[in-house]
Write a protein that binds this ligand. Structure first.
Ligand code: HEM
Length: 208
């Protein structure tokens, strides 16, 4: 579960970096060049299979872990905060479910267009012309609101996930764990803010 999660965390850095190129005021040149690279590189095609496998494995194991934990302790602690776990760790399944729902909507918005399951948006030149599709999706306040809500919960999910992955790999150390926690928090905040900035940019500023 941690290995799949770590892979997904790396994907998020790459996905955020590519998407931030949409904010460059160059008519989408840099972003389209990055999309072309991703679409034509055979290694990326293979990585995409791993990505979807990673999501599926992570989700199945996450649900199994939750069911296992529930069975081990069917009655909650009487006094809140006595379990010794952080607030973030207790809500992993809840934040995970919201991210899953976001992902289904998100794939419908863009990935399903790419693979031909959903019609290309009016105003887009092809199924790979993502900039106008993203702009149309995120200038809608309902979509932008759902996205930003999901990004905030994604941040909470990642905050715990980052340090938890290190723990699962057995890399727990009195000296390094506090630093890992700080790096995890910075990572989670930057991912949540980075994606939210993109949504806010298209909602309020983009003049395409
Ligand atoms: C404002 C924020 C975001 C924007 C504008 C955005 C945009 C896009 C676009 C245009 C695509 C289609 C590209 C393609 O399929 O090659 C895509 C695919 C995808 N996005 Fe996002 N995305 C955002 C946030 C996220 C987040 C937070 C996640 C994960 C939690 C995510 C997960 C994915 C996945 C799994 C795919 C399919 C990957 C693939 O085809 O290789 N996206 N996104």
């Amino acid at each position: 579960m941690a290995a799949a999660g770590a892979f997904l965390m790396l994907f998020l850095v790459s996905h955020l970096t590519t998407n931030l190129l949409m904010l460059k005021p160059d008519g989408g040149e840099a972003f389209n060049a990055a999309v072309d690279f991703l679409l034509t590189n055979p290694v990326i095609k293979i990585v995409e299979y791993f990505l979807f496998a990673g999501f599926i494995i992570h989700i199945i194991l996450g649900v199994m872990l939750e069911l296992y934990n529930k069975r081990s302790r069917p009655i909650n602690y009487y006094v809140a905060g006595k379990s010794g776990t952080s607030t973030f760790s207790k809500f992993m399944i809840h934040t995970g479910v919201v991210i899953f729902i976001f992902l289904a909507l998100h794939l419908y918005h863009f990935f399903f267009v790419k693979i031909g399951l959903v019609d290309v948006y009016a105003g887009a030149e092809s199924a790979h012309d993502f900039l106008p599709m993203v702009a149309q999706t995120l200038k809608n306040p309902v979509n932008a609101g759902i996205y930003i809500f999901a990004f905030i919960l994604l941040g909470f999910h990642l905050k715990h996930a980052f340090q938890s992955a290190f723990q699962s790999f057995g890399l727990n150390h009195d000296k390094y764990t506090p630093a890992i926690k700080v790096i995890g928090t910075v990572y989670a905040v930057l991912v949540a803010i980075g994606f939210s900035v993109i949504a806010l940019y298209f909602l309020f500023l983009y003049q395409g």
